[in-house]
Design a protein around this ligand. Structure first.
Ligand code: ZN
Length: 153
């Protein structure tokens, strides 16, 4: 990745960290999970509303942690609104593949592509994927807590 692109990516991450989107508690949530990354101290609480056609109509989060974890959660909420649950799983797989250096084709990742640069910093991959592991937990097993140190990566 060239330096200009790296700088642009860092700007997007910093901007979402300063001004996270969809931050707060979702009143009509019917799926929720909490995620914790003990290596960095990042915590994310995620709440979603899924309608009768398995479409994600709203997503909100609260949390504390490093810029990468907060920006990732913010961009996750922007990306997921209006997607189906099946599309959310596909995006999880694509995001994970991108972060581990094996990008795949599928749903356009849009701004999520800024996290490609994190691949160069293996210790930060868990910061970037925390919100996505929390999402998966909320979809699979409502009201659970996941840790990045219990077999996930
Ligand atoms: Zn972190």
């Amino acid at each position: 990745m060239n330096d200009d692109l790296m700088e642009l990516y860092q700007e997007v991450i910093m901007e979402h960290n300063r001004n996270p989107r969809n931050y707060g508690v979702l009143a009509n949530a019917n799926r929720a999970a909490a995620g914790f990354n003990p290596l960095c101290g990042d915590k994310i609480n995620l709440k979603l509303h899924i309608d009768s056609e398995n479409k994600i109509t709203a997503v909100m989060f609260e949390g504390s942690g490093c810029a990468i974890s907060i920006a990732s959660a913010s961009l996750l909420t922007e990306t997921l609104r209006g997607k189906t649950v099946a599309e959310a799983y596909t995006l999880f797989e694509q995001f994970h593949a991108l972060l581990t250096g094996h990008p795949t084709e599928g749903i356009p990742l849009g701004k999520l592509a800024v996290f490609a640069g994190v691949n160069a910093f293996p210790t930060r991959v868990k910061c970037a994927t925390l919100a996505w592991h929390t999402l998966k937990a909320a979809l699979l097993n409502n009201n659970t807590t996941v840790s990045t140190e219990t077999g996930h990566d």
